[in-house]
Design a binder for this molecule. Structure first.
Ligand code: PBG
Length: 331
């Protein structure tokens, strides 16, 4: 029985045969490209902690967005670096805020490109937390009110999808209600539903200047563990995702991606809405650094990583590799 009737290698004998039986194909439609926008004009500065990534200003990000759209990528995800931070993060919801301006510039330049915006306070608050601090704690419900204000201001500027990344309870409900009440019923919500308290966000926090303040060393506010999830938990991720769908999320996200493929897989088995996975800055830089040292081939490692994320069940992959991967998939 079995061998030699069964020879698995028959199906691996040539590139054409391998293509024929290939079970997972990456395509440019899978990718979302994150962009960092800073207040100012004419800015295009390399980000030190993240290879091939830049800080743009609202005018230059529109040019970059046009290039991204030209590669066939359907959506960008915007992160803002405000000109000033304060206790509440009030530059996050003002009409002339950096993201609000960037949305308008991009929509002028490339109206067909989907604009997704990160909804969070961490880059806008002096203390670097994703929520309002009251009596030494992150105040969940007060934070939700501000998140809804941010989301509404992005919708008013023309955002297609708002993506809350703060991990407060109930934020999707608050945001969905704000959209309904203000005639933005078609603005979609992509919630960072299962977002883990991960060390893989390191390079991003440098790029977005959004790390919790060093003044919190030794206190319960020294990290994001009172709101982001414990990497050891999986059932809790399913409960987080179910809650966000119930509150009105259209797309749910698992983040990070590569070390959390089991979460993506389980979510895909269990829920029917589109599932996004965020291939985060640390995953991106591990490949870049290993490649720079000649330890791995960058393109091959990148494509293997992205294929694994898709194979696990992600429908949307948010990745700093999007432009390079888009070029590879169209080859
Ligand atoms: C902000 C936010 C973070 C990331 C996306 N949105 C950082 C964090 O939660 O500290 C990480 C993205 C990445 O590492 O690429 N809430």
């Amino acid at each position: 029985m079995g061998f030699p009737k069964i020879r698995m290698r028959r199906l691996r004998n040539s590139p054409a045969m391998r293509r024929l039986v290939c079970e997972t194909t990456l395509s440019v439609e899978d990718f979302v490209y994150p962009l960092f926008v800073r207040d100012g004009e004419g800015i295009k500065e390399p980000i030190k902690s993240m290879a091939d990534c830049f800080h743009f200003s609202p005018d230059t990000v529109a040019v970059e967005a046009a290039e991204v759209a030209g590669l066939g990528i359907a959506a960008v995800l915007l992160f803002g670096l405000p000109r000033e931070k304060d206790k509440l993060g009030s530059r996050a919801w003002v009409e002339d805020g950096v993201v609000q301006r960037a949305i308008r510039e991009i929509k002028k330049e490339v109206p067909e490109l989907l604009v997704i915006t990160d909804i969070c306070l961490c880059a806008y608050t002096e203390h670097g937390h994703c929520g309002v601090i009251k009596d030494g704690k992150i105040d969940n419900d007060e934070t939700c009110k501000l998140l809804a204000k941010i989301a509404l201001s992005h919708a008013q500027a023309g955002a297609d999808i708002v993506a809350p990344s703060d991990m407060m309870d109930g934020r999707v409900k608050y945001i969905r209600e704000a959209m309904e009440e203000n005639s933005f019923k078609d603005v979609a919500i992509m919630s960072y539903a299962a977002k883990y308290a991960s060390a893989f966000y390191g390079p991003f926090r440098d790029a977005a200047e959004s790390a919790p303040s060093a003044d919190f060393a030794g206190t319960s506010l020294c990290d994001r563990k009172t709101y982001q999830m414990d990497p050891a938990n999986v059932n809790q991720a399913m409960a987080e995702i179910a809650a966000d769908i119930e509150e009105g999320a259209d797309i749910v996200m698992v983040k990070p991606a590569t070390a959390y493929l089991d979460i993506i897989y389980r979510a895909r088995q269990r829920f029917d809405c589109p599932i996004a996975a965020y291939n985060v800055s640390g995953e991106y830089m591990m490949v870049n650094c290993a490649a720079a040292q000649g330890l791995v081939n960058k393109e091959d490692t990148m494509m293997e990583m992205l294929t694994a994320i898709k194979r696990a069940g992600a429908n949307i992959i948010i990745t700093y590799f999007a432009k390079e991967a888009a070029k590879m998939t169209s080859k």
